[in-house]
Design a binder for this molecule. Structure first.
Ligand code: F6R
Length: 594
């Protein structure tokens, strides 16, 4: 959730490098930020760390007032413990201003530790759990070197955390994690460190993904790795990032969300061409399993639900699904023969990771469909397939969601021993999305958004595969435009939701060229009869529709262009209503807390 960026090397403008790094992490969502730098010139016998912090967004803030430095780090904070204030923003300092700490996660036992530290005379400047780390390290360095003190402090903490601490006296940078992601970029005589690999790209593509329980110590352009528990030395595993810088930037688009929406035809076509052999291997694993669960959160959970329809319809195979945070209440019957397929863009969603952990404890085989190489889920899974959607920066998932669907279509057809059909379906979906992204179609959807932007409620209905498309469309609309939107199975309308329909209530109805068409049309008619304003999303017009969005038929892959309609509509509703679709209020891109 919080963003972390650090630089240690030979360049003298580390604070600026860090500010630029934090800007690349803004998409994760934050409410305050700060940078700490170790000044080049010693100001006294001990060099005090200079810290600059602010609430709100970075915007046009400058850091001209910070000293030249080749050693700095920064943080974008998403408040958990303590309100959104300058004091609570990271980095935090110890009493001597020679140790500074930034942190992602929650130190669950911080209150007890803080009480002890106060008794020992430490003075706290903030209400955060993080500040405890700075003072505890300060306490421990009385008797040991800085890196050992950080390790000892970290091992005292309960909860899932990533901590980075710097010492201006020993000129060391120590990073240690247990739960929250950290990536270390290894450049030419320099190291960069970030909570997200895409932020490192302008500096280097060579990275080590810090694993749970690992500690990195960086000093004099050299990195050493240790086990955090024992202090035993370990070797780094350097990997090369396959993403390019331009993939991680907005380019000429006004927002990441619309850029990522536009990237989808190419991503889908690439998946259709290149993912088949990986998918075939996975299909063989699924075929030999006894009972399976698909798990994910938010959009990823809706992809799981879509997967159950695809496996049933195409592969004639039963697959359960569960929302990550609900899985622990449903996993009693898992055995060593069970299979769990976890879906995640980030690979860091705590609720999904917890579910995976529980399934692993029961001996289940774990398969992951994940977008971020080196992420925790990618590493934890017995078999992982990369979604190949490229870096996704808009908080609302778009291209990663359709990449998940594309892989599920390929999987279901491979299971049905008809992989060529999967390739053809995903290619058809790519073409259908391409048509939706043509100027005329985009203008049409924008005009529809203008017509409904003042509405308080929007209902989205579908059946079969169009039901998860309805849920995902409603999620896209609500999270970026803040209009209440609800996705419903059309057959459920008369069991309650019809009571909400008034004159002019917008109802988006998905009517694909499949067995659900007539039944869903009946749902739309029920809405219309009670005053609903019907926005038909279909391969053909119908007189019932008040407005119509054309979506090419892509057979079972029609769900892909259907959700793209929801993405475009959500995007325009947000922009027309004056909101930033890339940074919806109260939300963060990567949800690394429970
Ligand atoms: C919605 C959205 C979220 C994520 C969810 C899981 O647009 O982006 O609902 O889908 O937080 O995230 P990942 O896929 O990273 O596990």
């Amino acid at each position: 959730m919080c963003g972390i960026f650090g630089y240690i090397g030979t360049k003298q403008n580390a604070p600026t490098i860090v500010l630029e790094g934090l800007k690349r992490l803004e998409y994760r969502g934050y409410d305050s930020w700060g940078i700490a730098a170790v000044p080049q010139q010693k100001t006294s016998h001990k060099t005090e760390i200079i810290v600059k912090k602010q609430t709100g967004k970075i915007g046009n803030a400058t850091i001209d007032d910070m000293p030249p430095s080749s050693f700095a780090f920064g943080h974008t904070r998403w408040a958990t413990h303590g309100g959104i204030t300058e004091q609570n923003a990271h980095p935090h300092l110890d009493c001597s201003n020679t140790i500074s700490v930034i942190h992602n996660g929650i130190i669950e036992n911080y209150e007890t530790l803080k009480r002890d530290l106060i008794k020992k005379g430490h003075i706290f400047a903030s209400e955060t759990d993080t500040e405890v780390a700075a003072h505890l390290i300060e306490e421990y360095i009385k008797t040991m070197p800085f890196d050992k003190a950080v390790r000892k402090a970290f091992n005292m903490f309960e909860g899932f955390n990533a901590i980075i601490a710097i010492s201006s006296i020993e000129q060391k940078f120590v990073a240690v994690r247990n739960g929250s992601p950290l990536v270390i970029g290894v450049g030419n005589n320099e190291h960069v460190l970030a909570s997200d690999a895409s932020a490192i790209l302008p500096h280097t593509s060579e990275v080590h993904f810090l694993q749970d329980g690992e500690m990195a110590v960086i000093q004099d352009e050299k990195m050493s790795l240790y086990e955090a528990k024992t202090g035993k030395h370990i070797d780094p595993t350097i990997q090369r990032l396959s993403w390019s810088i331009s993939q991680a930037e907005k380019g000429t688009y006004p927002h990441y969300m619309i850029k990522e929406i536009h990237e989808q035809p190419e991503i889908l076509a690439t998946i259709a061409e290149h993912s088949v052999s990986d998918v075939k291997k996975l299909a063989a694993i699924i075929a030999s399993s006894y009972g399976g669960y698909m798990i994910g959160c938010g959009s990823a959970a809706y992809a799981c639900l879509a997967g159950t329809y695809l496996f049933s319809k195409i592969a004639k195979r039963h697959m359960n699904w569960a929302i990550g945070s609900e899985f622990s209440y449903q996993q009693d019957f898992l055995t060593k023969k069970s299979l769990v397929i976890a879906l995640s863009q980030s690979g860091e969603t705590m609720d999904t990771l917890e579910a995976v952990k529980q399934a692993k404890a029961k001996g289940a085989l774990i398969v992951a469909l994940v977008n971020v190489m080196g992420s925790t889920l990618y590493r934890e899974a017995d078999h992982a397939i990369l979604l190949s959607a490229g870096p996704e920066k808009g908080v609302a998932s778009t291209k990663a969601f359709t990449a998940k669907l594309a892989h599920l279509i390929l999987l279901a057809t491979a299971l049905a021993d008809d992989p060529d059909r999967g390739t053809a379906l995903v290619k058809k979906a790519a073409l259908a999305v391409n048509s939706l992204l043509k100027k005329r179609s985009l203008e049409r959807i924008e005009a529809i958004a203008e017509g409904i932007e003042k509405k308080e409620h929007i209902y989205v209905i579908g059946r079969g595969l169009s039901y998860p498309a309805s849920l995902e469309t409603a999620l896209k609309i609500k999270e970026v435009s803040y209009i209440h939107a609800e996705g419903l199975p059309a057959g459920e309308l008369k069991h309650g939701p019809l009571a909400l329909v008034e004159q002019g209530t917008p109802c988006i109805a998905f009517l694909p060229n499949d067995e659900t068409y007539s039944a869903n049309l009946a749902g739309a008619m029920e809405m219309k009869a009670r005053g609903g304003h019907i926005i038909g999303v279909s391969y053909k017009k119908h007189e019932l529709f008040d407005t119509y969005i054309h979506v090419d038929d892509a057979e079972e892959a029609t769900i892909i262009p259907q959700v793209v309609v929801g993405q475009i509509l959500g995007y325009h509703l947000a922009v027309i209503r004056g909101f930033d679709p890339d940074m919806p209020r109260n939300l963060a891109k990567s949800v690394t807390v429970k």
